[in-house]
Design a protein around this ligand. Structure first.
Ligand SMILES: NC(=O)c1ccc[n+]([C@@H]2O[C@H](COP(=O)([O-])OP(=O)(O)OC[C@H]3O[C@@H](n4cnc5c(N)ncnc54)[C@H](OP(=O)(O)O)[C@@H]3O)[C@@H](O)[C@H]2O)c1
Length: 259
């Protein structure tokens, strides 16, 4: 197998577009998500268009044993994973105490726990071989606390912090870790997170553009990559110096539904 990439959450949105980019470069793929029919359709598209080999593993990555089952399926192929893209994730809107706790715990299981399990397994293999690329799809949400999406923002803060520390540990072993930190993107994420009616829900940024930006950042071994230059400036040079309560009120306003 050639330049095998494992991409989680490849049935839609940013993950699907990342799979298209990797296949167009001649790389083989393992694509995973819960919706098997979408994965099978993507496999047919990419194999026909690019002559690559695409393996489908349909499972719930957030469920107990999900990440371990994915690892067993990938290891069973007998080919090393050269590129790991931890992209699967979801958000949820609403005041924390009004939300169903089970939904927030499932978010932590997918956005954080599964990402940590996959990173541990495949980064070890990559370090042993002396090369590899990891792209963790975080968010601009990683820079701030997120009233009305408190758990989601905290999961992405974890992903960006974890990714940067891993990069420092692994870079000398030939492995880079990049945190892709998109601003709002027009994908199914908006419906899943129930963000209709908020300012975030009005974005026109496409999954294709964010995937292309993120894939290029991964190849360059960038540490953190925000696709939107205005947000990059605001999050790095304005938000850290603004009074924290003002920042919290501003984030809350962005995420409050028009009444
Ligand atoms: N859209 C945005 O505004 C935005 C902004 C910043 C960061 N992000 C991040 O970008 C990543 C991709 O999101 P997206 O915008 O492309 O949204 P999306 O279109 O909803 O894609 C999410 C992907 O994750 C998969 N997934 C969800 N739950 C899963 C589970 N339990 N097990 C396995 N796979 C699961 C989904 O597939 P199935 O439903 O088939 O399982 C889908 O392929 C996420 O980590 C998200 O947090 C998104």
């Amino acid at each position: 197998m050639t330049n095998l990439a494992l991409i989680t959450g490849a049935s839609s949105g940013i993950g699907l577009e990342l799979a298209r980019i990797h296949a167009a470069r001649g790389g083989d793929l393992v694509i995973t998500a819960r919706r098997e029919s979408a994965l099978v359709a993507l496999k047919a598209e990419l194999e026909a268009a690019h002559g690559v080999t695409v393996h489908v593993v349909a499972l719930d990555l957030g469920a107990a044993g999900g990440a371990e089952a994915l690892i067993a399926a990938v290891d069973g192929l007998g080919s090393p994973v050269e590129v790991l893209i931890n992209n699967a994730g979801f958000g949820g809107h609403g005041e924390f105490i009004a939300r169903d706790l089970a939904d927030d715990l499932a978010m932590i299981d997918l956005n954080v726990r599964a990402l940590v399990i996959l990173s541990h397994h495949f980064a070890r293999q990559m370090a042993g071989r002396g090369r590899g690329r990891i792209l963790n799809v975080s968010s601009t949400a990683s820079y701030l606390p997120g009233p009305m999406m408190a758990t989601y923002y905290a999961t992405k803060a974890y992903v960006s912090s974890f990714s940067q520390a891993l990069d420092e540990e692994l870079r000398g072993k030939g492995v880079t870790v990049t945190a892709l930190e998109p601003g709002p993107v027009a994908t199914e994420f908006m419906d899943v997170a129930a963000l209709g009616g908020t300012q975030l829900g009005r974005t026109r940024i496409t999954a294709q553009s964010v995937a292309a930006f993120g894939y290029a950042a991964m190849l360059k071994g960038k540490l953190r990559a925000i696709n939107d230059p205005m947000m990059r400036f605001a999050l790095n040079w304005l938000a850290p110096f603004a009074p924290r309560r003002m920042v919290l009120r501003t984030v809350r306003r962005f995420q409050t539904k028009a009444g």
